[in-house]
Design a protein around this ligand. Structure first.
Ligand SMILES: [Zn+2]
Length: 466
């Protein structure tokens, strides 16, 4: 096992896990496969620590029961998409409901081994929540730097697990700089995902698990923020192949939101570096990263695997979030719902064949992003409001905006009912005192009464409750 620069190959001591190469500034990664590892056998239950022999070594194991998450065959969703084999790797089932618990287990174990008392991390949510819980378990102090925009549920987790929370910067990019400076100043253990190569090691176990639960899929879809997650999965599959455990590799698909797509842009415009988003925005806060420090690794994973990348809009993400919930019973956070939104596009445009096998990574629970939930509920309400129950209601709504006559109403209603029916409705509405007729320009005009307005208002309120 060694810690090696991805760019120049310079080796560093295993611990403490450094953030970048001293010589060239390149990313560092653990090389876990050696000639001896061919003899390695995984042992124990399907859990994170089953793969301990392929992880950088630790003495004290901190665990809350992470990993071993279900790989769910998404039968209803795949039927809807016209796909044969679709699986969701359900990382919401981890102890703090996200995939970051794997990283937190390895990092806190390492921090205890190295006798640190405090760890620091910059986080836009999941990692902070995970580390806070694992630090609580291990008796470490967790110092979390969060940006202004962070999912409320994740913040609540950090609070309840007793992390020291400091808000710094607009996006996590700023928080990362702050954490670097603070770690330097204080000598605290650096646990930020982009600055600690153990995170990639921990997350590669997702690939190990999938290979044991299903095998190697044709496609593996991951949403991209900082860029490390897609790379870690790719690394996991590559190692399995090197070890002779599997024979093939998946093609990696990296998804980014339209409003913040520095890695996707770089790939589409053939740049080797991520293209910084000037005004990044997405409601999928877990992947709101303007300048992904591990973007180059993500690009490497996609290129090496002959995969692809694409963007999806926020509304496509929310649509997908609802579909996963309604069809599969999984409440996924927006960032991971992006994978299903992407899959939908790729099946439609034929990039993914209906016979291909696909795994989507569901990184975390939707309960962590309740502010998004509110936005979704509002959207739901407008949708329901837009649906009109009956022609009478449509007439009332028209008349609440402007007085008019029967023939005009019939045209405005799109001629979906007969003229005779419109006159019949007008007659009944008049009889109930909801509208009243009067003569103008030789025609019979109608206007809504106070009573009519009240009834219309009541209907709208009722729909809000539906
Ligand atoms: Zn280097």
């Amino acid at each position: 096992m060694s810690l090696k620069c991805v760019q120049c190959g310079l080796k560093s001591p295993l611990y403490p896990p450094k953030s970048k190469c001293e010589k060239c500034g390149g990313a560092l990664e653990y090389e876990s496969i050696s000639p001896e590892s061919r003899k390695i056998k995984f042992s124990g239950k399907l859990r994170f620590w089953r793969y301990g022999s392929l992880l950088p070594p630790v003495q004290h194991i901190v665990s809350l029961g992470e990993g071993g998450t279900p790989l769910r065959k998404a039968e209803r969703l795949s039927e809807k998409l016209g796909l044969r084999e679709l699986y969701l790797k359900d990382e919401t089932r981890n102890p703090t409901n996200s995939f970051r618990d794997r990283a937190a287990a390895l990092i806190t174990s390492n921090a205890i081994d190295l006798k640190y008392g405090t760890i620091i991390c910059a986080t836009n949510g999941n990692l902070g929540a995970s580390l806070a819980a694992y630090c609580a378990k291990a008796g470490l102090i967790c110092h979390a730097i969060v940006p202004k925009l962070v999912d409320v549920g994740k913040l609540a987790q950090m609070l309840v697990y007793d992390a020291v929370i400091e808000q710094y910067g607009e996006t996590v990019d700023d928080s990362i700089h702050k954490s670097e400076a603070l770690a330097e100043e204080t000598g605290w253990y650096q646990a930020t995902a982009e600055l600690n190569p153990l995170v990639i090691e921990a997350q590669k176990t997702i690939a190990y698990e999938v290979s044991e639960q299903f095998g190697v899929p044709d496609w593996f879809i991951v949403s991209m923020g900082g860029g490390g997650t897609i790379y870690s999965i790719w690394k996991g599959f590559k190692e399995l192949k090197q070890l002779g455990i599997t024979k093939s590799l998946p093609k990696m698909i990296g998804v980014q939101p339209e409003g913040c797509a520095p890695i996707t842009k770089a790939l589409l415009e053939a740049h080797s570096q991520p293209i910084r988003s000037p005004k990044p925005f997405t409601r999928a806060l877990a992947i709101l990263v303007a300048n992904p420090l591990q973007g180059k690794l993500a690009i490497k994973a996609i290129k090496e695997s002959e995969g692809l990348t694409l963007t999806v809009s926020d509304s496509e993400i929310f649509e997908a979030e609802l579909q996963i919930a309604k069809l599969e019973g999984i409440f996924a956070e927006p960032a991971s719902s992006a994978t299903i939104a992407a899959l939908q596009k790729l099946v439609k445009n034929g990039k993914i064949s209906t016979n291909d096998s696909v795994v989507c990574l569901i990184t975390g629970s939707g309960l962590k992003a309740t502010d998004v939930l509110q936005a979704l509920t509002k959207k739901q309400k407008t949708v329901v409001l837009g649906l009109e129950i009956s022609t009478k209601e449509k007439i009332l709504r028209r008349l609440s905006r402007k007085d008019t006559y029967g023939y005009d109403l019939w045209k405005k209603l799109g001629k979906t009912v007969t003229r005779a029916a419109v006159y019949q409705h007008l007659k009944e509405l008049s009889e109930k005192g909801l509208i009243v007729g009067y003569a103008k320009n030789g025609k019979k005009f109608f206007k809504i009464t106070q009573r009519g307005k009240k009834v219309l208002h009541a209907i709208e309120n009722l729909k809000l409750l539906l």
